[in-house]
Write a protein that binds this ligand. Structure first.
Ligand code: PGA
Length: 256
């Protein structure tokens, strides 16, 4: 099972194909060796193949930002897991808060996307997190638990392509106001305990990423927390030097 800490760039709806090419051309020589950590970028669908070709034999990997919950058929605009595998994707984000909020994705749809990904051997990164209001009401643990349980319901753990999670508090995404390492660790520990219950004996090896306003200045302190096993980076991943600095941060103690 791949337990290397994972650094994942979520480019969202930024960077056209030519910009992806120039980003990666600059980033490849700056990226850390993939021996003790995994690094992947998630461009938008039209640039996935270009990214895969450029990253071939570099040890760096490609992720998609979303997928369709069905295998094939009349789903205009949909992109299936098999299509992603065919263009060289290894990971796919599932249930990002943008998708939950703007496209009204609910827990049931997200569970189906998890299944669609794992059926094809794609490694899903399930995103969960509470809103500012839910945190203020003291409902963080309850909200995250519900999201995790619903999305993982009936999803087997594939040892070769183990799913990962990303805790992304909605209030921390794109705001410049990330969770403190202690705030993040508290929720990561809770998610780890839940995973222990869902996948007994195997939860310690599963990666739980933190996402939300991560920068090169905050990366090392976050990674020093015992239950933080990677970072999902939006804004600060749009510039090669800044994402490389994050990917090169000192690693913490890793999974307990
Ligand atoms: P951010 O985005 O780093 O800009 O907060 C993170 C994400 O949405 O995945």
């Amino acid at each position: 099972m791949d337990t290397r800490p994972l650094f994942l760039a979520n480019w969202k709806m930024n960077l056209v194909e030519a910009e992806v090419t120039s980003f990666l051309t600059r980033f490849i020589p700056l990226a850390p060796p993939s021996t003790d950590r995994a690094v992947a970028v998630a461009p938008s669908f039209p640039s996935l193949r270009t990214a895969s070709i450029l990253l071939e034999k570099t040890g760096l990997e490609v992720a998609a930002q979303d997928l369709c919950h069905e295998e094939r058929g009349a789903f205009t605009g949909g992109v299936s897991a098999a299509m992603l595998v065919a263009v060289g994707c290894r990971y796919v984000l599932v249930g990002h808060s943008d998708r939950r909020q703007i496209w009204a994705e609910d827990d049931e749809l997200i569970q189906r996307k998890m299944r669609a990904a794992t059926d094809q051997g794609l490694l899903p990164v399930l995103c969960v997190g509470e809103s500012a209001g839910q945190r203020q009401q003291g409902r963080t643990a309850e909200v995250v638990e519900k999201q995790v349980r619903a999305a993982l319901s009936g999803i087997p753990l594939d040892e070769e392509n183990p799913l990962a999670l990303a805790y992304e508090p909605v209030w921390a995404i794109g705001t410049g106001d990330g969770a403190s390492p202690e705030q993040a660790e508290e929720v990561h520990r809770q998610i780890r305990e839940l995973l222990q219950e869902i996948y007994p004996g195997r939860a310690s090896a599963l990666r739980i990423l933190y996402g939300g306003s991560v920068t090169a200045d905050t990366a090392a302190d976050l990674m020093a927390q015992p239950d933080i096993n990677g970072l999902l980076v939006g804004t600060a991943s749009l510039e090669p030097d800044s994402f490389a600095a994050i990917c090169r941060c000192p690693l913490g103690s890793g999974p307990p």
